[in-house]
Write a protein that binds this ligand. Structure first.
Ligand SMILES: *Cc1c(COP(=O)(O)O)cnc(C)c1O
Length: 449
């Protein structure tokens, strides 16, 4: 099988695991726990074996069974330009030829940090530190918030996911939500004793917790638009209320923009909603498909990070030249082309088209969308928090997912994940998706007969 350019002009086909994917998955399960290197890839929530992916271009994946799929996972967010964007791939190849990693200072990381501080409102006039994943970014930002304030408690949102650090695996979303693991085995009770949780979209709940634990809360961490309980927009005013409460109580407000950064606007949710946190965490798009995370913000806080200050944080591969090249090229393209109006239009048309087809089939679906991230919840009524999301019909979602895959459309394999539109999703990809959805909703409609 070749991965020559022809494959992306092939019509999307039945993407359910074929003989090659099934053989690979069998082999994988013997040597890798569950056959996967991250739980949600196992398709547990939707059933069936996962297709193995051989290559990707633009909005399309090519499976090991030789089938093309329209992709809305986008490597869980990073692929905003579409897969294998030529400028990004060139930048990576150029960097790789000069050495994969030095563990020493490079010009690229300075240019990258300067660009981040120009684009992301929370970083303006502040500082940023590069790490290698979103998990590291949130973990490090919260250690810093604790070091800066001398307090130990952290407030997070039910269904909010901030990576897999021990103390954040409490009422966590994403794979943890799908698998129904409230936290995780192996996390000592003492480790989560200082983690307090509140429902999303209720500033009153945060106010109450901050009053109950006055002077003890170091940080409130929130995905400004949660994507790991499925996509849930913040209510008007909610983020500003969090900002005001944190300022009043001397609490560090941390926006986990690992998913929303460069996704819901060039400057992320901070820019879209006009609310500036004290610290921001980045990941996913910031690495353009390579392992990069970042955390940063107020200069007086960041000055506590080692070697400038007493809060330790380090990384052998942090800011390595190949990953930085991918991230830098991606962000430079986004800053140069400012494609967010076009992305918004494509995403709005897709979401409206999906909603219309669900309605026509008589399937209750709540379509939540912010910019180029969306989730269709299989339920009636609105979804404002994790409890609302959990009231979805997971069986209907699983069937819809299966039908879409059969018709050549690869959606996030869980009700509690967002799907992503990229700049490479053209009319052909969207049209294919909508006709697939028509058939898929018709199949799901039989459940409501
Ligand atoms: C994906 C994600 C993380 C974790 O990032 P990794 O790179 O997977 O460690 C953290 N927070 C949010 C909001 C995410 O979406």
């Amino acid at each position: 099988m070749s991965t020559t350019p022809e494959f992306w002009t092939q019509i999307p086909g039945d993407g359910r695991a074929g003989a090659n994917s099934r053989a690979l998955f069998n082999a994988a399960q013997f040597v890798i726990p569950g056959g996967v290197n991250s739980p949600v890839r196992a398709f547990k929530a939707v059933g069936g074996d996962p297709p193995f992916i051989r290559a990707a271009r633009g909005p399309y994946l090519l499976t090991e069974d030789g089938v093309t799929l329209v992709d809305y996972v986008g490597t869980w967010g990073p692929a905003i330009l579409g897969h294998a964007h030529p400028e990004v791939v060139d930048a990576v190849c150029r960097a790789a030829r000069d050495g994969l990693s030095f563990g020493a200072c490079t010009a690229g990381e300075v240019e990258f940090a300067e660009l981040l501080c120009r684009l992301v409102p929370a970083l303006k006039g502040g500082m940023v530190r590069l790490v290698s994943s979103g998990t590291e970014a949130t973990m490090s930002a919260l250690r810093l918030a604790r070091g800066f304030t001398g307090r130990s408690k952290i407030v997070k949102v039910d269904g909010g996911y901030h990576g897999h650090a021990d103390f954040l695996l409490v009422a966590a979303g994403s794979g943890a939500a799908t698998l129904g693991i409230p936290g995780s085995e192996g996390v000592p009770a003492a480790t989560v004793a200082d983690t307090l949780t509140v429902p999303f979209n209720s500033a009153a709940a945060v106010e109450q917790v901050l009053e109950q634990h006055r002077g003890q809360v170091a940080a409130v961490i929130v995905e400004p638009v949660p994507g790991n309980m499925g996509c849930v927009p913040p209510r008007p005013g909610y983020l500003q209320e969090l900002r005001d409460l944190c300022t009043r109580e001397g609490v560090v407000l941390v926006f986990d923009e690992v998913m929303t950064g460069f996704r819901v606007a060039l400057g992320g949710a901070g820019q879209r909603y006009g609310v500036i946190p004290d610290l921001v965490c980045l990941g996913k798009i910031v690495g353009g498909g390579m392992p990069v995370g970042a955390y940063g913000g107020r200069r007086d806080i960041m000055q506590h990070v080692a070697p400038l200050g007493p809060v330790y944080q380090a990384g052998t591969l942090s800011g390595n030249p190949v990953a930085v090249a991918a991230g830098l090229a991606t962000l430079q393209i986004l800053a140069r082309d400012d494609p967010y109006a076009a992305l918004e239009a494509t995403s709005a048309a897709l979401a409206a088209g999906l909603s219309a087809r669900a309605a026509k089939a008589g399937v209750p679906v709540v379509m939540n969308r912010v910019g180029a991230m969306f989730t269709g919840f299989f339920r009636a009524g609105e979804v404002h928090d994790y409890d609302d999301a959990k009231a979805s019909d997971l069986g209907a979602f699983a069937e819809f997912h299966r039908e879409m895959l059969t018709c050549g459309v690869y959606l996030a394999p869980s009700q509690f994940e967002a799907s992503f539109v990229s700049l490479a999703h053209d009319a052909a990809a969207i049209d294919h998706t909508l006709s697939a959805a028509e058939a898929a909703f018709a199949a799901v409609a039989r459940r409501y007969g």
